[in-house]
Design a protein around this ligand. Structure first.
Ligand SMILES: [Zn+2]
Length: 238
């Protein structure tokens, strides 16, 4: 009896430690995106009350940074944010704070634009030489440029079936929308922007998998990695 009562507190401490560790792990998995969701809601409800949260299209956040910010708005979700257990966000979401088809989206970097024949809301731009890792090709993916019913807001310069059309940085690509692929389930008006790896054969890899994408932080000069950027609003520093 004496032995057991001595051991029990130790077992309890170990059990508590395991629970705490597990709790911290789950919290880290889910909590950052949950905190950001609250801000996204605040922003969508009343953007004018939070203008200091906004980034501006065309801005370069730092001197040695290759990309310009591709649209106006609040960077609501980051790269590697988790919306549910097991999910990892492959890009960043910039919420314009306007209705659909209003907030312009521009090219962040020069390259060759493709819009596949069945793409209503997305374009992808091939960059033959990764500016931060010369010798490899990367792709910039711009998505959600359509209304709830799939009505496209992509510029008329890039109709479905456009292949390899050169665009300069700052070229108007289209306007932010809320198309999710399901007309009954639109998302908030935003641009989803991601950097996609090449498969080595001159084609972009599957953008849906985070391992096929790059942390956009060094390309935009902003802390856009959800695991490193804890809590704060991400804006350009003066
Ligand atoms: Zn997204």
């Amino acid at each position: 009896m004496l032995g057991m009562s001595r051991r029990s507190p130790l077992l309890w401490i170990i059990a508590a430690g395991v629970m705490l560790g597990l709790g911290t792990f789950l919290y880290r998995m889910v909590r950052p995106a949950t905190g950001r969701s609250v801000r996204v809601m605040d922003w969508i409800r009343n953007p004018s009350a939070h203008q200091e949260w906004a980034v501006r299209a065309g801005t370069r956040c730092g001197t040695d940074v290759p990309f310009i910010i591709p649209t106006d708005g609040f960077i609501g979700y980051l790269w590697d944010d988790s919306f549910k257990i097991g999910h990892r966000h492959q890009g960043i979401d910039i919420f314009g704070g306007t209705g659909v088809g209003v907030t312009p989206v521009v090219a962040a970097y020069p390259g060759y634009l493709t819009r596949l024949p069945d793409w209503k809301s997305s374009v992808i731009v091939r960059i033959p030489e990764d500016p931060l890792q010369p010798g490899r090709q990367i792709w910039l993916y711009y998505a959600h440029m359509a209304g709830p019913a799939g009505n496209s807001f992509i510029s008329a310069d890039f109709p479905p079936g456009t292949y390899e059309k050169f665009v300069e940085a700052g070229t108007l690509l289209g306007y932010q929308g809320d198309y999710s692929g399901d007309p009954n389930n639109p998302v908030g008006v935003h641009l989803h922007f991601s950097i996609v790896l090449d498969n080595g054969d001159g084609h972009f890899r599957n953008e849906q998998e985070i391992r096929n994408t790059l942390d956009p932080s060094p390309y935009l000069g902003l802390p856009l990695n959800a695991r490193q950027s804890v809590g704060g609003v991400v804006v350009c520093e003066d």
